[in-house]
Design a protein. Structure first.
Length: 582
């Protein structure tokens, strides 16, 4: 069959390279896109400061088994991702670099696995297209340079899917089969959902029952031993954790064990308490935007896809597995777009072989070109609005800064991105629509991870609040915070005390009042909307705006004459953690 327009516009010399050299070229390009900007920004809320602070405390304390946040057990996630950041921090001594390295490296591995599978199942062109499509989906590059757990667990899930596919479709390969289960275990102690590749057995068993020769020699009794590899990897962390917690025996340690084993797994899935979305959220909101333009491309290739499903059993297996993953996350009331990232690599492997030889429907280039132009125009319009201090944009930026120059600088960045999109449309007009979009997306990403990071860095950290506080307290003062956020601990240059993440505001108030009474040169940072029972806000020093809140500094003058004692004294002090920035 003739090559599709997307493939014809790729340089011919790429496909004259050996398989390994082609992989190196693709990974080198991907590395430029993924590693550009690392070291240029600090951890940004909501999740990044938490994981970075946990990792920093691991290195500082030498206690790596149980994650600690501000000196208190952190039970929300298993430790693997924090271990990886801590390892790179220990090796480099630079947290600004270390906190982004694990996901960057995991994302390169994911790309390599997609290329290898595409090459083994089809050819080098398919592997190359798979890599480029994966980089084209916005969610992939965004998560590749974010310190959230999802890119890492997506990598482990991709390794597991790779192992199962190698065994069932290019095997037998029992080594890869058992490695797949081992990586499911690693995924579980990274973020609980590492077992998702096991869903692939549902379509494999269905096809195996229809055609018993299809998986002859691969679907045998030995498959039942696979979960033992998964259990062994989970046990490598679980058993030491349980033994340690039982040996410590404190109420907090036992609560950690119960939380990480039960509340953050089954309870969080079945009765989620955050990010509540309707059942169709992934289909109507997350996938169309985060995987753009791949869902459109799927619709444009639906006819050749139907033929591929009949000819190649790996395609229906992957499609059914993707559907099961989406259904699994849709059943839970708590939903975030990032949850479905593990399905994206297999999704591009369904599209890549079709795009290698088939042309999308005739409407696809026109629709994609129109969307390209509309997005470019929208970005330029938003930039002009920013330059002219449009009230809506001023209100939005006011959540982070009161300085109008920040909005104008952001407008210039957005204008530059929009201009890049228009120029790519004009210069590559004769190229195919996907190629033009790919160029625009890559330029936009490089602008964002260099210039954009410089613009956003002052708006995404609380250093302005902490600097204002440090200017108004003695050099040897201690700072405390009611309703604390990890970023304040991470960026503080003074000793920082909080009063437990797991007590209510009333108990935090009482503990903070008692701490200030007993501690010389102690001051509190509080958001101005926090209700205070033991303090008054009269005479408090305004510190500025960060993360959508205005903050105040409270001293002895704001303490009420008396305050009821807390039910239990809880205070956790982290010694001057902000030194990592020096």
């Amino acid at each position: 069959m003739p090559a599709s327009p997307f493939v014809r516009h790729l340089p011919d010399y790429l496909f004259n390279l050996s398989r390994n050299r082609l992989l190196l070229v693709l990974l080198a390009f991907a590395a430029v896109m993924i590693f550009t900007g690392i070291g240029l920004r600090s951890p940004w809320p909501a999740d990044e400061p938490r994981f970075a602070e946990v990792a920093r405390e691991m290195v500082a304390s030498g206690q790596w088994l149980i994650p600690m946040r501000g000196g208190e057990f952190y039970p929300d996630k298993p430790p693997v991702f924090m271990w990886s950041i801590a390892l790179f921090y220990w090796l480099t001594g630079n947290l600004k670099i270390a906190f982004l390295l694990p996901n960057a490296l995991c994302s390169l591995l994911t790309l390599g696995l997609v290329f290898d599978l595409g090459t083994r199942l089809w050819n080098q062109r398919t592997g190359t297209i798979g890599v480029l499509l994966l980089m084209l989906a916005p969610q992939f590059l965004i998560q590749a340079q974010k310190a959230q757990i999802d890119a890492m667990v997506a990598c482990w899930i991709t390794v597991a899917c790779y192992g199962l596919i190698r065994h069932f479709f290019t095997g037998p390969a029992w080594g890869w089969y058992f490695l797949a289960w081992a990586f499911m275990g690693l995924g579980i102690i990274t973020k609980g959902v590492g077992f998702l590749p096991a869903f692939m057995f549902i379509p494999i068993l269905i096809l195996g029952l229809r055609d018993r020769q299809l998986f002859s020699g691969t679907l045998t009794w030995r498959c039942a031993l696979g979960p033992l590899a998964m259990i062994a990897v989970v046990a490598a962390w679980l058993i030491p954790m349980v033994l340690y917690v039982n040996n410590v025996g404190t109420e907090e340690a036992l609560a950690y064990k119960n939380n990480i084993l039960f509340k953050q797994t089954g309870e969080r899935y079945a009765d989620s308490w955050g990010h509540i979305q309707p059942w169709y959220y992934y289909l109507t909101d997350a996938i169309p935007s985060l995987w753009f333009p791949l869902p459109l491309l799927l619709l444009a290739l639906v006819r050749p896809l139907a033929g591929a499903i009949r000819r190649n059993p790996v395609i229906p297996v992957l499609l059914i597995w993707i559907a099961l993953v989406v259904v699994f996350f849709s059943i839970s009331p708590g939903k975030r777009g990032v949850y479905i990232l593990p399905a994206l690599p297999m999704f591009v492997l369904c599209l890549a072989p079709l795009l290698t030889t088939q042309q999308p429907a005739r409407w696809f280039p026109a629709v994609l070109t129109g969307l390209h132009f509309l997005l470019a125009t929208a970005l330029i319009v938003i930039a002009v609005m920013a330059w002219n201090d449009h009230p809506r944009l001023v209100e939005k930026v006011a959540d982070y800064s009161r300085d109008p120059a920040r909005l104008h600088e952001a407008g210039t960045l957005v204008f530059s991105v929009g201009l890049a999109w228009l120029v790519s449309l004009a210069v590559f007009w004769r190229s195919n629509a996907l190629g033009r979009l790919f160029v625009a997306m890559m330029i936009s990403w490089l602008l964002f991870t260099t210039w954009g990071y410089r613009v956003l860095e002052p708006l995404r950290t609380p250093r302005n609040i902490l600097a204002a506080a440090e200017q108004n307290v003695p050099a040897n003062a201690q700072l405390g915070m009611i309703d604390f956020r990890e970023q304040f601990i991470l960026f503080s240059r003074l000793d920082f005390t909080h009063f437990s993440f797991f007590t209510g505001l009333e108990q935090e108030n009482r503990n903070a009042w008692l701490w200030m009474k007993e501690t010389a040169d102690s001051y509190l940072i509080v958001a101005d909307q926090i209700e205070l029972q033991c303090f008054t806000k009269e005479g408090a020093i305004p510190l500025g705006t960060a993360h959508r809140d205005n903050y105040l500094l409270l001293g002895d003058e704001q303490m009420k004459p008396s305050c009821a004692p807390p039910a239990k004294i809880k205070r956790f002090t982290t010694p001057a953690p902000g030194g990592w920035q020096d």
